[in-house]
Design a protein around this ligand. Sequence first.
Ligand code: ATP
Ligand code: MG
Length: 298
Amino acid sequence: MQTPRLRIAIQKKGRLSKESQNLLKQCGVKFNMVGERLVVHAENMPIDLLLVRDDDIPGLIMDGVVDLGVIGENELEEVGLERIARNEPADYKKLRRLDFGGCRLSIAIDKDARYSGPQDLQGKRIATTYPQLVKRYMDERGVKFSTCMLNGSVEVAPRAGLADAICDLVSTGATLEANGLKEVEVILRSKAALIQAQIPMSAEKQALIDRLLTRMQGVIQAKESKYIMLHAPTDRLDQIKQLLPGAEDPTVMPLSQDRTKVAIHLVSSENLFWETMEQLKELGASSILVLPIEKMME
Ligand code: ATP
Ligand code: MG
């Protein structure tokens, strides 16, 4: 019998699309994005990719129409609250947070306005694409306000006289600054996440999901890790080990000729900074190499 294909929804075009595609590719899913197709079949696994607007991904998961999705937590939580308010299914399983799509959802006001806390927003109008998240934040603080729903150009709303404040996604803050605004409250810190529908899965599908997840863990862990190699004077081994991040139990090997030195190899969950490399050199270490790791499985 043919295994039913696993359906994964990812953003078609936008801030999450490239990295969602890369992640799947690094997990060994082979596919070819051509043209304007909505569905792309993977060539080497029973997986179909559904390319949609990010707004649609939470609903597709919560309605059980697709099995997996990659989505920003901001969008996921907003849609979840909206569906709960409408009495629609809002269940999902978060399999893991991913290492991209980082941003914060923040309230910003005129850069010259005084601000001492959320109560200063009492009775104000806030322009946003995330009315549910703003409402949850303000309700928790007992602040009454009104919203102005905008799906784009939120940051110009105060200048255009549409609102007193905005609540929008921020990464560097440059857009806010360019519009004469200052960030005063962070209401959510968001990243992309891999989510699964809360529907019964066949054993084959679940096994495929588990495999993908293990690979994803390996890819993300590898990105955050380095392989470090160096030669160290045998009599300074202890001092050198203390400088190396995460070097509880490195591999130490003799060199074929020089008995005064040993080779140290280790996988570190941190990068080795220039300053540390310079200190290692001062202690007599040489041939210091820091290499990226492509994949890992523990
Ligand atoms: P779509 O056409 O798919 O609806 P969109 O315009 O709603 O796209 P994008 O701007 O592509 O969405 O952003 C997608 C997600 O990327 C956001 O929901 C958020 O999770 C994340 N993100 C990361 N950094 C930022 C940022 N600086 N501004 C906006 N979104 C960001
Ligand atoms: Mg969108």
